[in-house]
Design a protein around this ligand. Sequence first.
Ligand code: F6R
Ligand code: MG
Ligand code: MG
Length: 378
Amino acid sequence: MKMTLSVIKADVGSIGGHIKPSAQLMKTVRDHIEANGTRKGLLIDSYISSTGDDIAILMTHTRGRLNEDIHRLAWNAFVAGTKVAKEQGLYGAGQDLLKDAFSGNVKGLGPSVAEMEIEERPNEPFLFFAADKTEPGAYNLPLFLGFADIMHCPGLMLSPSMAKGFRFVIMDVNYTEGDRIIELCSPEDTYDIAALLRDNSRFVVESIWSRSTGDQAVVASTQRLHNIAGKYTGKDDPVMLVRVQAQFPATGEVLSPYSIGHYAAGTMRGSHVGPMMPCKLNTTISYFDGPVVVTCAAFCVRNGKLTEPADAFDHPYWDWVRQNVSLKATEIRRQGFSGPAMLHYEELEYGGIVEKMKKLEKRFVVREAAKEPVEVGN
Ligand code: F6R
Ligand code: MG
Ligand code: MG
């Protein structure tokens, strides 16, 4: 059966700053999807969750990608949520709904989207990732390691169905005139893939495909709010779907790189560097408006019907990882604004430094050589 998995995600307001959406806001979004999606037969199933201050609507249906009715449903759920967020005085009410009216699909309107149309396998396990206080490129390293590095993904050498490797579709998210993409294949293009993926703020993995079967394994959101709004309006907090097992990496291989707690852009004022912490579902935000949080809900799906989620990072092993990531978070914080601890100009969420530089530029002088103290020979 051909089936579409769609995730549409937005921050439409949260409690106590950027911590989490309120229960009433979550209920409003859930009720809207239930009443207008599932009960009307538009959706087969759905799962609504929060990660930090973001609400993600995961939907199964048969209408394909970028379907107007599906996208309008999610948009309207966020509009209904925004009304409640405003009534409750939540912080940043409606902040990711950058346009006044819905048109066609939510791409370019603010919410993030990750969708794939699949031919359902008899056993269809997949993972739904959501990250908060970071940018789409934050998934680059774990995807590279999970799909192209045998140290994390031994299936690349052990499993005949993965022997041919994977095709990476990578997007240049700085390009705003359309989708500027490049397709590269591991293993032969591995060094080129790495050369692009080192630059998380510009090159982002959009999708990954099996070279053995041609099937899609990964789709990640690539939306950048500042490209839409013309200025920074918040980090882009990416969502991602990953199909696992058989012709794809095993769940444990995809999860393995998250044990690193790699540094990514985000946290406080969307302007710093912090380690990514693999957290339990519905985790909130705390220390230094971070750390960068990622959650993973594992599902199986049959004829579009979802199982309950299994919380992939809810295990004693990940408690130990979280302790280590906390140390990494504290360590980089100890150097405050200096060097790699804070993002470079273009990625800062606030214009303060740019304004400051404009003023300071006027005060710079080039010292005249003649006025230098002349050294008298010894
Ligand atoms: C992401 C997020 C941050 C904020 C940033 C600035 O979920 O909430 O990227 O956008 O911390 O927010 P203000 O200036 O509203 O505190
Ligand atoms: Mg936010
Ligand atoms: Mg957020």
